[in-house]
Every structure is written in structure tokens, then in C-alpha cells.
Design a protein around this ligand. Sequence first.
Ligand code: DAT
Ligand code: MG
Length: 140
Amino acid sequence: MALERTFSMIKPDATRRNLTGAITKKFEEAGLTVIASKRVWMSRREAEGFYAVHKERPFFGELVESMTSGPTVVQVLQGENAIAKNREIMGATNPTQAAEGTIRKEFALSIGENSVHGSDAPETAAEEVAYWFSETEIVG
Ligand code: DAT
Ligand code: MG
């Protein structure tokens, strides 16, 4: 399989606890390379746009609140099978269901404050990378 790119976000609950390095280490240990990275305190409009797919869900307000509550670190990860590999490293959405050794098992506080976001498919990965990065910011 060819090299693939995915979009990752270290959420405010994690940056607040100084977990940016520990989480990035998990990606690198799994063979994913950080080819773009920046710290962003997103606006309400940016959070609503990024999570638009969830706008009818009951937790949408809570999600936008928590994503705008502090800085995030947005990243592009590159590697073999990067999209699925990242989802595996992240663990299940609900940390009580996340496998041992995953980021969410080790670091997440709750289903809402679950430390990381990762794209779930090639189409969303391409859209999410483009939402946060210009091509010149990505050094693959
Ligand atoms: P994932 O982040 O694993 O792709 P998702 O796309 O279903 O999960 O949901 C996006 C985010 O929304 C998730 O990371 C945290 C929040 N969320 C999902 N379900 C929730 C719930 N039942 N209560 C509160 N927040 C929730
Ligand atoms: Mg999702």
C-alpha cells in the first residue's frame, strides 16, 4: 500500500494537561511521521464548520464548547495505511471501551473529552487536511 496521509487533532483536554509530546510519541512509535503541525485556538465558527457532520447530534453544543475551550494541535500524519493505523492508535471514541495501550485508554477523560480526533476515511482525511492546512505548510 502506498503512503497515506491523515488529519489528527490533539484536543484541548490534552493540551491543557501537557500531553502533546506523549501523544505525538505514540504516533511516531507506530511509524507515522508528523509532516505538518501547528497550535490553534479555534473559533466557534471553525469548530462548528469542522464538526458540521454532527450538527444534529445531541452532544453538538458540548462538543463545540470543549473544542473552543483551549488550544488544539492540528497535525498531518503520513505513513503506510495512516488513516486506519491512526484510528487504531487512538482507540474507541468512548475511553471505557478503548483497548489497552491506546491514546484514549491512557489519556481520555470522558467520551466528550477524549484527547484526540482522527479522520475516519480517505475522503474525510483529504477534506480535514485542507480545512486546516495549505499545501505549503505540509512537508512530506
Ligand atoms: P470519533 O472522534 O471517534 O470519530 P465521532 O465522530 O462519533 O467519534 O464523534 C466526534 C466527537 O464527538 C467525539 O470524539 C467526541 C464527541 N462525542 C461523540 N459521541 C458523544 C457522546 N455520546 N457524548 C458526548 N460527546 C460525544
Ligand atoms: Mg469521527
